[in-house]
Every structure is written in structure tokens, then in C-alpha cells.
Design a protein around this ligand. Structure first.
Ligand SMILES: Cc1cc2nc3c(=O)[nH]c(=O)nc-3n(C[C@H](O)[C@H](O)[C@H](O)COP(=O)(O)O)c2cc1C
Length: 201
């Protein structure tokens, strides 16, 4: 039995392409393994707070005082535990202003933690999450960024690869629903949903 961590981030879940990809993937996974355990967080509907100043000691492995410091550290601990337990992490990631939604950034800020999910070495940062986890990024954008004139403006896929790699999540697979604001949107969306569902195989 495997465990999934699913993070939704679309502001528009009823019409969301990234959400539809995520649901198509989940449907296939559940059909193949009805016992699969899934933790879902809708970070758009229920956003995490920005990091508060009180979290600084926890972020650098220092002694945490009872009160606000302990509360902030506890939220980070909980989110990291969800990540550690997951075999597959599914990130629904609409492109907002050329990058990830701030809701997903807030989650990353809690889980990228020195001494817990990465450490600094002489050779640079080293990821501490157990190896073998798979990350699926289901992203959607109004324009096209995988190729063409806007490719240099894609600060979503390269950023996620970099920050996830830093904590040891190096197996990142990306499915893009691109051109959602373009005339071929329906076809591109359908293709992306099919591609996402296939990742469950
Ligand atoms: C706040 C906001 C910012 C956006 N910024 C961009 C952008 O920079 N580039 C782009 O191509 N589309 C942009 N879009 C369009 C979305 O990426 C597109 O609607 C996508 O389908 C959203 O994902 P979803 O369908 O999963 O909700 C933006 C949409 C919103 C709401």
C-alpha cells in the first residue's frame, strides 16, 4: 500500500486544468489500489500562513522556546512528516505570474528546513528526505512555456526542480496543460489529463 500527498493550488477548482489532471491521476491510482492512503491539502481554499518570525530558530536547528516558536515549529514538523511518509507527492501547480502560486511557495517555506530536510555541506546543500520518492507536477498555464518565445519566462518548472532537488526530491515528472487561454485549449487540456492519468500505470 502506498501513500500519496496531494497539494491543490488552483483558485478556480471547478474549471481548473491542474485539478482535473490531479483528479484523473487519483482516480487511476485508487482504481488500481483501493487501499492507497491519500493526504490532500487544498492550499488555495485553506492557505498556510506565511512564515512568521517565530519560526526562525526551528528553521536553523536552534532551541525552540514554548509559545509562538513551538507553534510555528509544530506546523513545519507536521508538514514535513506528511512529506516524509509520502511515496508520491502530487503538486497541482497553476502558473501564476510566471511561477508557482504563493500558496505552494508558503508550503515549500515550511518544509525546506535546515537540519531536517536538507543540510549544508562543504560540497553544497544536501537533501535529507529518504530517496525514491516520486514528485508529479501537474501544471497549467494560459500561454505556452515549454517551447517558443515565452520559454525563458518559465519560472515554475526550473524553480520546482531546483527547490525540490535541494531537499532530496530529484525524481520530478511534469505534465503541462499549456495554452489554456488559446483557441486549442480544450484539446491541450484533454491531452494533459490523459497524460496525467497514465502516470498511475
Ligand atoms: C493570478 C493569475 C496569474 C496568472 N499568471 C499567468 C502567467 O503568468 N502566465 C500564463 O500563461 N498564465 C497565467 N495565468 C493563467 C493560468 O495559468 C491559467 O488560467 C491556468 O489554467 C490556471 O491553472 P488551473 O486551470 O489549474 O486553475 C494566471 C492566472 C491567474 C489567476
Amino acid at each position: 500500500m502506498s501513500q500519496l500527498l496531494v497539494l491543490h493550488n488552483s483558485l478556480n477548482p471547478e474549471n481548473s486544468a491542474s485539478r482535473a489532471m490531479t483528479e484523473a491521476y487519483l482516480a487511476q491510482v485508487r482504481a488500481a489500489d483501493p487501499a492507497v492512503r491519500v493526504i490532500e491539502r487544498d492550499l488555495a481554499a485553506d492557505p498556510l500562513p506565511h512564515l512568521p518570525p517565530a519560526i526562525l530558530p526551528a528553521m536553523f536547528g536552534q532551541t525552540v522556546q514554548p509559545g509562538p516558536e513551538a507553534q510555528a515549529a509544530a506546523l513545519s514538523d507536521r508538514l514535513i512528516a506528511e512529506l516524509e511518509q509520502a511515496d508520491v507527492i502530487v503538486l497541482g501547480a497553476p502558473l501564476y505570474n510566471f511561477t508557482i502560486p504563493s500558496t505552494l511557495k508558503a508550503w515549500l517555506d515550511y518544509v525546506v528546513r535546515s537540519g531536517r530536510t536538507f543540510r549544508y555541506t562543504e560540497a553544497g546543500p544536501e537533501g535529507l528526505l529518504p530517496p525514491g520518492k516520486r514528485v508529479l507536477v501537474f501544471t497549467a498555464s494560459g500561454g505556452v512555456y515549454s517551447q517558443g518565445p515565452a520559454a525563458a519566462l518559465d519560472h515554475l518548472v526550473p524553480y520546482l526542480q531546483a527547490v525540490l532537488g535541494m531537499i532530496g526530491l530529484t525524481q520530478v515528472e511534469v505534465v503541462r496543460a499549456e495554452g489554456m487561454a488559446l483557441p486549442e485549449a480544450q484539446q491541450a487540456r484533454a491531452q494533459a489529463i490523459t497524460q496525467a492519468a497514465r502516470l498511475a500505470a
